[in-house]
Structure formats: C-alpha cells, structure tokens
Design a protein around this ligand. Structure first.
Ligand code: SF4
Length: 397
C-alpha cells in the first residue's frame, strides 16, 4: 500500500520499507513545464517545496501506526544515515523510544553458503539483536532462507513455470509466501479487455452479431478504476481500450471465428506428481478435431520468433492433446494493441521439451532453489524489489 493510499487509515502494526535517500524522500522529478506564478492562487511555492512535501508525507506514514511502527533502511555509502532516519534517531525526545535492530550478523555474512542450507537461528522477523546498533532490514535476510514447502501434488500454471524461470526469488515471494502484488494499471486494463472480448464473442457464439455500440457498452460496464495512478492515466487507457476494441470488432465481424470454448480450464497431470493447471482464453474449431488456441495480449507486441518457442503456448498445445484429445493445429498470440496475429504450432519434439522444462522447474522448487535472478527487464516491474536480497546487497555496498 502506498502512503497516499493509507491516508485516513490506521493499523496496529505499520511497516515502512526502505526509508532511504532517493526513495523516501524521493528524488524530485524534473518539472514538465513551469506553471506561471501569476496564475497560482497561493503564490509561488516556498523554497525546498519538494522536501517539505516529502516530510509531510513521511509524517502521514508515521502516524498510521496505532501500536507499533517498524522502519527499515539501508546504510548509505560511507556509512551516512538516511536523512529521515537521522531526524528520528538523533532527536533526543524520540530517541529513547526507538529500538534499533541489526539483522545481518557478521558471522553469517562471511559464510553465505553455510547459511543457505540451514534455517535461520531465529524465525522472528524483527527479533531484537544484541549486536552493534545499526539499522538494517531483516526481510531480505529471511527471504534467502525461509522456503516453505510446496503443497503436493505440485500444481503449476504455465505462468508460474515461466515466472520461476525468469526469477526463482520472485516465484518464492508470489507463490510460496503468497505476497500479492497491489493492483496495477496494466493488469486492470488486461482483465477489463479480456472480459469485454469474452462477452462480445459469447454473443457471437449465440448468433448475435452485436454492433460496436454494444461492445462499447459492455466495455464501460466492465470498467473498474482500480490500479490506475490518476484520472489522466485512466482516461488514456480507456481511450486506447475503446480504439482497440473498435478495430477488433471490425476484424472479427469481417471473418467471425467458430468459437467452441472460452476461458477453458484444464489440469494436465505429468509424471512425478506434477500437474499443469491453466486456462486458455479461447478455442476455435477448425473442423473435426482440429482447433486453434488463441491467447489475447494487451501488452506491447513482442517479436514473432518468441511465439515460436513460447512455453505457455507449448503447454496449451500439450493440454489440448492430452486432456481434450484435440489436434491443436494453430497456436495464436493476438496482440490487441495493433491486432497483430502471430500464428505458430508445435511438433512432438517441442511438446517433449515443454514437459522436460516443467519437470526441471518442479524439481528445483521441491529442492528449495530460489536464487534471485536480477535482470533490468524483469526487476523493473517487479513488485518485490523493496524486499529482494539482490537489490539489498546492491544498494547496501
Ligand atoms: S527484484 Fe528482480 S531479482 Fe528481485 S525478486 Fe524481483 S525480479 Fe527477482
């Protein structure tokens, strides 16, 4: 939850993560344009307006706690104390009430391999420490060692398998710690578009060739404001969504597909007590047992070559064969942004490879292998970055 989102709310325990320079207080963004001073009712902002705003926000965050407030921070280069933390620990009036905790005992730090295999000595997330009074976060330390077992049979969705392969640590946070990401604009938008398309094609299946105005009405009924940063962003997404649906409607009405399944769920049992469970957006009949499996994408179109080896499509093809006894002759990524349709297929060897990958991932999960795999493209949008050990070490140097 953001501090802005917490305004007016209170909680028994509040954790304020990464109170560090450039995070909190955040770096001031360059102004897009200078607002004319004579149009400002309140006059020109005072000097250091940004830092004052950040201080006000920090005050809001501190005062959300009813019983206990925990701040985490990282030591800055050259041992500097972040400015907001300094305000707290240097003020004699509040200092006596502050308990400082260190979380990375030096002996453990020197031998990270020994630590990886053993449980932490103390599982209390914020246990007090007798070591020197420095301020660290214990969460990253815990993330490296607390690996709850996965339930058996091990059930994985295609996106979980993909997620583990791009970053095992991220998989741990999301699937085994069950830390849910907050709502995000792209996710909300994706869900709204999928629902609108599902309902439009559902009408078509019933023989109702609905005009675009009806699709627009469905889209507006499905719209939710959750996850958008502000009204401007929401309006931009809404405009884009409508344009995309208009183009999609035109394309679909010109050559309606023979939709036989929508959001078709499947459970594909594999060897070693592993189950692949998922949901196909749409299945179109191509005659007899032949089918086309369509996956709608609301993000930016990716290279066509990626669809040819995409694991999600391979697992869909495998499930189509093994679970439903269909012949998946066309596997389609349909990018709604430009209505680009990428068509691919899979041969027996590729289906074998997909099974092997799923088995390897399952074996690594059971073995408790959750190393962070930082990469700019994945970490950029990772909600767990503030508690990720990879980034803790990077910033703490
Ligand atoms: S921040 Fe990067 S390395 Fe850390 S969990 Fe997320 S994706 Fe993995």
């Amino acid at each position: 939850m953001t501090v802005h989102g917490a305004k007016g709310l209170e909680f028994p325990n509040v954790f304020l993560m990464r109170v560090n320079n450039k995070k909190f207080p955040a770096t001031e963004r360059p102004r897009v344009f200078e607002f004319p001073a004579r149009l400002m009712k309140e006059g020109e902002p005072a000097e250091q307006f940004h830092i004052q705003e950040e201080r006000r926000l920090f005050y809001v965050a501190l005062t959300r706690a009813q019983e206990r407030l925990t701040l985490t921070t990282l030591t800055e280069p050259k041992g500097k104390v972040p400015v907001f933390i300094e305000d707290i620990v240097m003020d004699p009036a509040v200092r006596r009430d502050v308990r400082q905790m260190t979380t990375k005992p030096a002996a453990v730090q020197q031998n990270p391999r020994a630590r990886a295999g053993s449980a932490p000595a103390n599982r209390n997330l914020f246990a007090a420490c007798t070591g020197p009074a420095k301020i660290f976060s214990r969460i990253a330390d815990w993330a490296e060692t607390f690996h709850p077992p996965s339930p058996e049979p091990l059930t994985l969705s295609p996106s979980a398998v993909n997620g583990y392969r791009s970053c095992p640590q991220q998989y741990l946070f999301g699937y085994l710690w069950s830390l849910k990401e907050g709502p995000r604009a792209a996710l909300s938008f994706g869900s709204i578009m999928h629902n609108a398309i599902k309902r439009f094609l559902g009408e078509l299946r019933k023989g109702n060739r609905v005009p675009f105005e009806e699709v627009q009405r469905i889209f507006e009924m499905e719209w939710r404001s959750v996850g958008f940063e502000d009204e401007y962003q929401e309006e931009e997404f809404k405009k884009d969504g409508l344009e995309q649906l208009r183009a999609f409607h035109e394309l679909t009405m010109a050559a309606p597909p023979q939709v036989c399944e929508q959001e078709k769920r499947f459970e594909l049992p594999l060897e070693n007590n592993v189950i692949i469970a998922g949901r196909m957006d749409q299945v179109n009949s191509l005659g007899l047992n032949d089918v086309e499996i369509v996956d709608y994408k609301t993000g930016r179109p990716k290279k066509e070559s990626l669809a040819k080896k995409d694991l999600q499509l391979s697992l869909y093809a495998l499930a189509a064969r093994e679970v439903f006894e269909w012949n998946p002759v066309r596997l389609v990524f349909h990018y709604l942004q430009n209505n680009q349709v990428q068509v691919t297929k899979r041969d027996a060897k590729q289906l074998e490879e997909a099974q092997s990958i799923a088995q390897e991932v399952a074996a690594d999960i059971r073995a408790g292998q959750f190393p962070p795999r930082p990469s700019p493209s994945v970490c950029r949008s990772c909600a767990y970055k503030p508690i990720c050990p990879a980034h803790e070490e990077e910033l703490g140097r």
